[in-house]
Design a protein around this ligand. Structure first.
Ligand code: GLA
Length: 678
């Protein structure tokens, strides 16, 4: 088993008017004079840009006064791009309401949990449930779609921008009404809501839906089930807004419609598994996050997750950066070669469109120190040279179209799980869901193993191994998918604090880890999180941290035991035979080496080959494949030269390689190999 059998991909090739890959950018021509537009388009051609996102923040230009549209600037820019053979990714422009609208309707401004409203002056200053905002936004979308719905330059519709980036949660009275409607649809009657939310606790029983509020700021903890439902509602409201805009567009245009997702460590508000089916193209924005220990691992996780949203098919990187961003505490420049390596990192994991924010660096506004394809220095810059080289590489990589990423292992990940797992008042505040997911994913990254990130409940047929980090909230039917997978011969690795609650955030009784007790053959009667910095010796010489628990064996065997403290001699890592397969359980946080060693053992047992060994630590290895070829991507994230033994045609340098090949510090190789036919 070396390729997965995810359900039919949403898109096998993106199209978007190109025969190869897309190389594109955001462009904000309203920040520049018409003389600059002509120069920009000429330089875009020089760089090999073939798709440009415009009108993302165009509202106050296109509709300078209520109901008065002025498309003259957009007409000119679209025509210039069209004449140059560059496609348009047309924004609906609704992400940032103009000052006239918030002045006329201050009631549409978002309210935070403490009941105060946020002022205009930034962007996304609207309540997602506001009917006033919605009607003005849709009028703008209608006028824009009527005008450009049939324009030959337009290849894709770009709804709003990063829906929910700043305004995912609104706590105003309009939102409260919408929340109650959402709850009525979910629970039908208030007794069901009371049961689902466990309102017997702390005398919170409701006698009517009208008494229910969003989880506004309270003196104590808020009801966690209420918070969880508000998270679901908030994600649904923004999806509903996307649908409303898409519906208007589709009345005037047959072109694909999408919006840019934010699959990233610092954005958690949207359950994109529930959004994906609404997108004609799955598009993600990704920026390296230097607040994390291993930004390149998070990049890979985000890319694999985005491909999961595209059901294994091609997807679009709508935005990334040539260099520094402007919104982290320290905005690090990219080293020479790093932009190319990061871009290829996304392509390796299935992106057939790689685009940047933004074309020309702004000289005003909060993003003036954000990198761009054309920096303040202009063409006389390292960035420009690297951009032109990257453009020609992306053109060469057109041969990747239609190929698929090779993955034997599935990692189960869910935003809804994250919302629930990271709720307050849990056994330890030190446990963060995404950190646990990243830790396991990072070990697989180190081992060079192809990974698909899948939703809880997604079919697992075709995978050799499924990794299940901290699946705190799990529905019965989703737990059953993992159970059946193992029973049928698969291998699962489950980590602690999994299977604990159902979709209501209600605890499964009878012993932890609740839904997975039987699968794992263990029984836990108590959580024993460790104090800050506390660790426990394990029998293999490594140490566990953050969490421990008394694991009683109910069919499983101990693989590693605790070697000190109250759990001395009790199992820390276990293995259970379940039907025809094997289920491993890890009851503490392992050190990196121990985690890698364990995963290597699990993979070996399941017959999965680790791909990274020849190149060494810090070298990312990914494979894409079609019927005739395999492309091996080797990305050296270290500052030392490494070597590999992959032979074939190397596409970055565009020459053949054979035998032992050096890969320079920070370097990237993409090696095309013929597949042996059996
Ligand atoms: C997001 C937005 C862009 C821009 C970039 C800056 O991705 O979509 O408009 O603000 O961040 O990194």
């Amino acid at each position: 088993m070396d390729t997965n059998t995810l359900p039919a991909p949403a898109t096998t090739a993106l199209g978007l008017g190109t025969t190869g890959l897309v190389f594109g950018c955001d462009y904000n021509p309203e920040q520049w004079t018409p003389e600059v537009w002509a120069e920009d388009v000429a330089l875009m051609r020089e760089a090999g840009v073939n798709l440009v996102a415009i009108n993302v923040f165009g509202w106050s230009h296109v509709e300078p006064r209520p109901g008065e549209y002025d498309f003259s600037g957009l007409d000119t820019v679209i025509e210039l791009l069209h004449q140059a053979g560059i496609g348009v990714n047309l924004g609906t422009g609704t992400a940032s309401p103009p000052p006239w609208l918030t002045t006329l309707h201050p009631e549409m401004l978002p309210m935070v949990a403490d009941g105060t409203r946020r002022f205009p002056g930034g962007r996304q200053g609207f309540c997602p449930s506001s009917p006033v905002y919605r009607s003005h936004a849709l009028a703008l979308v209608r006028a824009t779609a009527e005008r450009y719905g049939q324009h030959p330059a337009v290849r894709l519709w770009h709804v709003s921008n990063e829906l929910g980036c700043h305004n995912a949660y609104c706590f105003c009275d309009v939102s409260a009404d919408a929340f109650r409607d959402w709850l009525r649809a979910r629970y039908a009657d208030v007794d069901s809501l009371n049961a689902a939310w466990g309102t017997a606790f702390w005398s919170q029983r409701y006698s009517a839906f009208d008494e229910v509020l969003p989880p506004r700021a309270t003196l104590s903890f808020v009801n966690p089930a209420q918070t969880l439902d508000f998270d679901r509602f908030s994600s649904d409201q923004l999806l509903d807004h996307h649908r409303a805009e898409a519906e208007v567009i589709r009345q005037h245009s047959a072109l694909p419609v999408t919006t840019n997702f934010m699959v990233a460590a610092h954005i958690t508000a949207l359950d994109y598994w529930s959004w994906a089916d609404d997108m004609d193209v799955i598009a993600n924005d990704h920026y390296l996050d230097h607040r994390l220990d291993r930004p390149e691992v998070e990049l890979a996780f985000a890319a694999d997750t985005t491909r999961g949203l595209a059901r294994g098919g091609a997807w679009m990187l709508m935005e990334h950066s040539t260099g520094a961003v402007n919104w982290q505490p320290r905005n690090l420049a990219k080293a020479p070669g790093q932009m190319l390596r990061n871009t290829v990192g996304h392509i390796a994991r299935g992106a057939d469109a790689v685009c940047f924010f933004q074309w020309r660096a702004s000289v005003q506004g909060t993003e003036k120190f954000h990198s761009a394809l054309l920096p303040h220095a202009g063409r006389d810059s390292r960035t420009w040279d690297e951009v032109v080289a990257l453009g020609s590489l992306v053109e060469r990589l057109g041969e990747l179209r239609g190929s698929r990423v090779v993955a034997d292992v599935a990692v189960v990940f869910g935003w809804e799980v994250q919302w629930a797992a990271d709720l307050e008042a849990h056994p330890t505040g030190d446990l963060r869901y995404l950190e646990q997911v990243h830790a396991l994913y990072g070990a697989l990254w180190d081992l060079g193993v192809g990974v698909d990130v899948v939703a809880p409940g997604a079919p697992l047929d075709g995978y050799a191994v499924v990794v299940v980090p901290e699946l705190y909230l799990v529905r019965d039917e989703h737990a059953a998918v993992i159970d059946r997978f193992v029973a049928a011969g698969g291998t699962a690795l489950v980590t602690f604090f999994s299977g604990i609650v159902d979709e209501r955030d209600a605890v499964r009784t009878g012993g932890y880890p609740g839904a997975f007790r039987h699968l794992l053959g263990v029984h836990v009667d108590e959580f024993m999180p460790l104090p800050v910095g506390g660790t426990l010796a394990l029998s293999d010489g490594s140490r566990g941290s953050l969490w421990s628990e008394p694991v009683a064996l109910r069919g499983a065997e101990a693989v590693t035991t605790y070697a000190e403290g109250p759990l001395d001699g009790m199992p820390a890592v276990t293995r259970n035979t379940h039907g025809g397969g094997t289920a491993w359980y890890v009851s503490t946080v392992l050190e990196d080496d121990a985690r890698r060693a364990l995963l290597r053992r699990v993979l070996d047992g399941a017959g999965v080959r680790a791909g990274a060994a020849p190149a060494g630590d810090g070298v990312e290895v990914v494979r894409r494949r079609d019927d005739d070829h395999e492309w091996v991507f080797l990305l050296n994230h270290t500052d030392r030269t490494v070597h590999h033994d992959e032979s074939g045609h190397e596409l970055v340098g565009d020459h053949p390689v054979a035998g032992r090949t050096a890969l320079a510090p920070g370097g990237t190789h993409i090696i095309r190999q013929d597949r042996k036919r059996s």
